[in-house]
Write a new protein. Structure first.
Length: 158
C-alpha cells in the first residue's frame, strides 16, 4: 500500500486544507452534515460507503477538529457527529464546489439538486472573489506571496 504524504506542515494553505479534508468521501460527509445528517447510519445510507471507510473518515474529521462526536442524549451510549465551528467554515468551499459542478457537469436544463435560501426559497448567487476594494478578481488578478527569503524551501505543491 502506498504511504500517504502528510501536508500539514506545508507553507501552502491549500495543501494543509487538503491534508485535513483528506479525500472526496470526507467532503461528501461534510456536505451531508450540512444537509442535516448526524448519525453514522445516516451517512452510510446516503453515501453507500463501506462502514470501515466511513468510520475511518469520520475519525479523521474528528481528529482534524472539523466534526465532533457527541452523545445522542445524556443517558445514551449512541453517538452522533456534528460540525464544529471549523467544519461550518467549510460551507463556502462546499457551495463553491456545488456551483462549479452545476456549471461544468450538467447539461442545460438537466435536473439536479438545488441549494436555496430557507427564507425566500431562491437559489444562491454565484460566489465571487473580490479584492479589498470590492472589484471581482480572476486568477490573473492574484499572485501567491511565498513565505521566507531567497534561501527558503519552495513548497512543492504551490
Amino acid at each position: 500500500m502506498v504511504k500517504r504524504t502528510r501536508l500539514d506542515g506545508s507553507e501552502c494553505p491549500v495543501a494543509r486544507s487538503v491534508d485535513a479534508i483528506g479525500d472526496w468521501w470526507s467532503l461528501l460527509i461534510v456536505r451531508d452534515a450540512f444537509d442535516g445528517s448526524r448519525r453514522f447510519g445516516e451517512f452510510q445510507r446516503s453515501l453507500g460507503v463501506a462502514k470501515n471507510i466511513l468510520s475511518a473518515r469520520l475519525s479523521a474529521l474528528v481528529e482534524a477538529g472539523i466534526m465532533e462526536s457527541v452523545p445522542v442524549s445524556e443517558a445514551s451510549a449512541y453517538r452522533e457527529y456534528v460540525l464544529t465551528a471549523k467544519g461550518e467554515r467549510l460551507f463556502p468551499v462546499v457551495v463553491a464546489l456545488r456551483q462549479w459542478g452545476e456549471e461544468n457537469f450538467f447539461a442545460p436544463g438537466e435536473a439536479h439538486s438545488r441549494l436555496v435560501d430557507r427564507r425566500d426559497g431562491k437559489e444562491l448567487r454565484p460566489l465571487e472573489i473580490r479584492g479589498a476594494d470590492g472589484r471581482e478578481l480572476t486568477p490573473a488578478d492574484t499572485v501567491v506571496q511565498k513565505v521566507g527569503g531567497l534561501g527558503s524551501q519552495e513548497d512543492p505543491l504551490r
